[in-house]
Write a protein that binds this ligand. Structure first.
Ligand code: ADP
Ligand code: MG
Length: 305
């Protein structure tokens, strides 16, 4: 059984060239350029709650980082440095090697260096903290939506939730287990979008957060929402409106930005759909069906519900 230090040395000590000091001291040292702000986010993944016992370790390494990258995307930040806190039931090389591989592969794609963490024995728990950078004052905050703004969504909604019920659907499973964080889109939306959030708990609930923080309402046309292909209409509605774990970006922007936003889709290889608009008034989502009638919205995922 390797020691904690052996695990760190063997699996989590790859070079971190973007840090002044990486793994191996009491703290890592990083330097942010003048005129830039740091964005900081943490996400905790717990076995039995966020992923099933026996989940593939490579996908877990990917997802533990991906959910944090998605938070950076939703702020418009460029991800830079990560720390990884791990509780492991045992030092199992057959688990650790592919986990580290999944983590470092995604980190390399997004230019993120792992600069520290903590490792202890315990029920399988993965906690990543990510630092990102952005020009001062350009963050895409939840409180930036204004009446008259369009509401936009990237990619397609509902695939990850669909995978929970149809595990054999490979495209849906990929959405759930190896989400693709929309970092490049977030960066390109700086200066264009008013507010942004990533869809982690379901479209209706996550849009609700923007409405609450911005003190505005919204009207959204269900027919215009980009949807993962789901044959059953009732299931589709549940997955698209209330399904978590999609990690698409939901953002608002003034109508004057439409052409600029539409022009981002092709270079990013990512669908960008205009699905509704922001209205003055109470922070309420009005959802319309194809006939323009009001639809009932289903609540999203709440860990304490
Ligand atoms: P300390 O006792 O100061 O908390 P540790 O012995 O926990 O230090 O960690 C030693 C070094 O290894 C530190 O630089 C820490 O950030 C790093 N580290 C520990 N666990 C991990 C991990 N899972 N991934 C990356 N770095 C880690
Ligand atoms: Mg420690």
């Amino acid at each position: 059984m390797p020691s904690e230090f052996e695990i760190i040395r063997r699996y989590f000590s790859r070079p971190a060239p973007s840090a002044l000091l990486g793994v191996g001291d009491d703290a890592a040292l990083v330097q942010s350029a003048a005129g830039r702000e740091l964005a900081v986010s943490t996400d905790l993944l717990l076995e039995g709650r966020h992923f099933a016992a026996g989940a593939a370790p490579r996908a877990l390494g990917h997802k533990a980082l991906a959910v944090n990258l998605s938070d950076m995307a939703a702020m418009g930040a460029t991800p830079r440095w990560a720390t990884l806190a791990l509780a492991l039931p045992s030092a199992d090389a057959a688990w650790l090697a592919p986990f580290a591989e999944g983590f470092y592969a995604l980190a390399a794609r997004f230019g993120v260096d792992l600069v520290g963490g903590d490792t202890t024995r315990g029920p399988l728990t993965l906690c990543v903290t990510l630092l990102g950078e952005l020009p001062a004052g350009t963050a895409l905050r939840r409180d930036g939506a204004r009446p008259g703004d369009d509401v936009w969504v990237s990619g397609a909604l509902g695939g990850a939730a669909y995978a929970l019920e149809h595990a054999q659907d490979a495209a849906a499973a990929k959405r759930l287990h190896e989400p693709e964080p929309r970092v490049a889109l977030g960066e390109r939306l700086r200066g264009l979008a008013g507010a942004a959030i990533d869809v982690s708990d379901g479209f209706a609930q996550d849009l609700g957060h923007i409405l609450e923080r911005s003190g505005v309402g919204a009207v959204v046309r269900y027919a215009d929402l980009p949807k993962f292909r789901i044959a059953d209409a009732a299931l589709e509605q549940r997955c698209v409106l209330a399904g978590g774990d999609d990690y698409e970006l939901l953002f608002t922007a003034p109508p004057g930005a439409r052409a600029h936003i539409e022009a981002l889709a092709a270079p990013l290889g990512l669908a960008l759909s205009r699905v509704g608009s922001i209205r003055a008034g109470a922070p309420r989502l009005q959802l319309l069906d194809a006939q323009g009638r009001a639809m009932r919205t289903t609540p999203g995922f709440d860990h304490f519900a």
